[in-house]
Design a binder for this molecule. Structure first.
Ligand code: GLU
Length: 309
């Protein structure tokens, strides 16, 4: 861990000096208020050692990183039947794009674009009240992070509920094709709240550990999912986790990763570590700019890209 510690501290120092920080998301007004200079990183290896630096204990809005956890939960409920509702191909378009939905009869390309994640949340909601579904998502994330203090930032949820017109359009469009089972406003209520879950880099890296270790939490040796499922979720993160920036992320970082417009990225180095970075400035594809730069430096220095050194 010594070497990892050093690299993580070096990277945090370098990121502090960078002036290219990207643009904080403005379309959710509450997210526009965050400090654009924040940067945090946490790396947890197979033995549970944590290397962290910068603002690694400051919670931020996990936004679309939540989609990894809801996908895991929904696969646990529906198994492969889930793939009737949502595809597994990269979209090559923006996170909130509606174009492909028309061509593909309301079936979203993958579970990580907004439309796909809304369809996944709808599946979790079926047979429950929104409060129960949300409780289940939050409990699952707390269990994965081994931290009961993880909560929902209600101000962010309310902010998105007031302004999330695109997501309302996507959900209504899918509903018209029968892809959503529940009333659109209930599904979106759960979706906006899951996106508003606030976590620090340390908590997020903890929650991702099962994906780095074949579905098991190596500290407790508890199985979260079967190895095959962890592998497949990682594959989806690699191909679809950064929207239309997924190719670039694979090229530069070489790890499965999932970003959120709050500036967080969860990245998985299979067999080695779970990594979370947070920096709110985004690039043109809506992914954390310095988050990606930091992960690129990390995988390069540690030789962790799954494609070679
Ligand atoms: N809550 C955000 C939205 O639906 C999530 C998008 C993201 O994090 O990429 O617009």
């Amino acid at each position: 861990m010594h070497n990892i510690d050093l690299v993580v501290r070096e990277i945090a120092d370098e990121m502090r000096l960078r002036t290219d920080r990207g643009e904080v998301a403005h379309y959710i007004p509450e997210l526009a208020r965050v400090d654009p200079n924040a940067f945090g990183i946490a790396v947890i290896d197979a033995d549970g050692n944590i290397a962290a630096a910068g603002d690694s204990d400051t919670p931020f809005s996990i936004q679309s990183v939540s989609k990894v956890f809801t996908l895991t939960l929904a696969l646990g409920k529906a198994g492969d039947w889930l793939w009737q509702r949502v595809g597994r191909e990269p979209s090559g378009s923006a996170f909130n794009s509606i174009v492909q939905l028309e061509y593909e009869k309301g079936i979203p390309r993958n579970p990580f674009i907004n439309a796909g994640a809304i369809a996944v949340t709808d599946l979790i909601l079926s047979g429950h009240q929104p409060r129960e579904a949300l409780g289940e998502i939050l409990r699952f994330i707390r269990f994965l992070a081994d931290d009961q203090s993880v909560t929902i930032d209600e101000a962010v949820a309310a902010s998105e509920q007031r302004t999330g017109f695109r997501n309302v359009a996507l959900a209504n469009y899918m509903k018209s094709f029968g892809v959503l089972e529940n009333p659109v406003d209930l599904t979106l209520g759960v979706y906006f709240h899951q996106c508003a879950i606030a976590m620090s880099c340390r908590q997020l890296a903890m929650a991702g550990r099962f994906l780095a270790h074949n579905g098991r939490n190596p500290s407790t040796d508890m199985s979260v999912v079967q190895p095959e499922r962890a592998r497949r979720i990682n594959a989806l993160m690699m191909t679809c986790g950064h929207y239309d920036g997924s190719g670039e992320f694979a090229y530069r970082v070489g790890l499965p990763g999932k970003s959120g417009v709050g500036g967080g990225i969860l990245a998985i180095a299979p067999g080695k570590a779970s990594i979370a970075v947070g920096s709110p400035g985004l690039d043109a594809a809506g992914n954390s700019h310095l988050g990606r730069v930091a992960l690129e430096a990390l995988t390069k220095r540690l030789g962790w890209s799954i494609f070679g050194v």
